[in-house]
Design a protein around this ligand. Structure first.
Ligand SMILES: NC(=O)c1ccc[n+]([C@@H]2O[C@H](COP(=O)([O-])OP(=O)(O)OC[C@H]3O[C@@H](n4cnc5c(N)ncnc54)[C@H](OP(=O)(O)O)[C@@H]3O)[C@@H](O)[C@H]2O)c1
Length: 211
């Protein structure tokens, strides 16, 4: 699958590398450093390009920028009509210390308002990037860690679920986009546990229903 990586930082570069290892055709975009995009392309056998080039014909688009950059990236990306967009962005203020949206909405819903014809799925926002390579390396160890995903388009969620499985997580369907109202604060909890507790940031989670 052709995957567009919009924001090639901690999240975008790591997920893009792993998806390339799985055989996907990855295009890295949206960095202030074109040499970095070219390096990622060379190392992964993928491509580097503009946002518009990356999203053109992409089967999935990963939006992985700071919340303050989302408007700019979407402007460059166009209407994204019919395209599956995986959103890992947490709606944070400039120093990442607080959520900027009121509890009656979420980043997931606001992005969908900005590009209503895109097929949005939120995922990877509740797991620190430091976990991805380790999860990938342990893909054959069962049970896998969960990764919550949510969206309003079932077929888009199937695409997201497959890409989540490629990384080595078990996709956990957490409902529609409005779940972002609860999942985005939960993302802050995972950050507190990952970065504020001893043991390093490679944190994963798994929910169990008992009966
Ligand atoms: N990191 C995590 O573990 C984690 C976990 C859960 C959710 N998230 C969310 O995922 C999203 C991406 O996080 P990240 O950690 O990957 O961020 P990051 O490392 O800062 O990467 C952001 C990307 O956006 C690019 N960018 C282009 N123009 C920019 C500009 N004018 N100002 C700032 N950046 C610009 C950066 O370019 P350069 O290459 O030039 O820096 C970089 O490639 C965020 O919304 C974050 O809340 C992150």
């Amino acid at each position: 699958m052709k995957i567009a990586i919009l924001g090639s930082g901690l999240m975008g570069a790591k997920l893009g590398r792993l998806w390339a290892t799985c055989g996907h055709d990855v295009t890295f975009a949206y960095s202030r450093d074109r040499a970095k995009l070219d390096r990622l392309a060379k190392e992964t056998g993928g491509a580097a390009g503009s946002v518009r080039e990356a999203v053109d014909d992409a089967g999935a688009v990963l939006l992985a920028v700071h919340w303050s950059r989302t408007g700019d990236v979407l402007e460059q990306a166009g209407d994204l009509a019919g395209q599956v967009v995986l959103n890992c962005c947490v709606p944070l203020n400039d120093d990442d210390s607080a959520l900027v949206l009121s509890p009656g909405t979420s980043g997931a819903e606001e992005l969908a308002r900005m590009r209503p014809d895109a097929r949005w799925v939120s995922c990877f926002n509740t797991s620190p990037s430091e976990s991805f390579e380790l999860v990938f390396a342990r893909k054959d160890t069962m049970p896998r860690p969960h990764l919550m995903f949510y969206g309003d388009d079932d077929a888009a969620k199937d695409v997201a679920g497959s890409l989540i499985s490629d990384i080595g997580f078990e996709p956990l369907d957490a409902g529609g986009l409005s779940t972002g109202r609860y999942a985005e604060p939960f993302a802050m909890v995972t950050a507190v546990l990952a970065y504020g507790q001893p043991g390093g940031p490679a944190l994963t989670y798994r929910f169990n229903k008992l009966r």
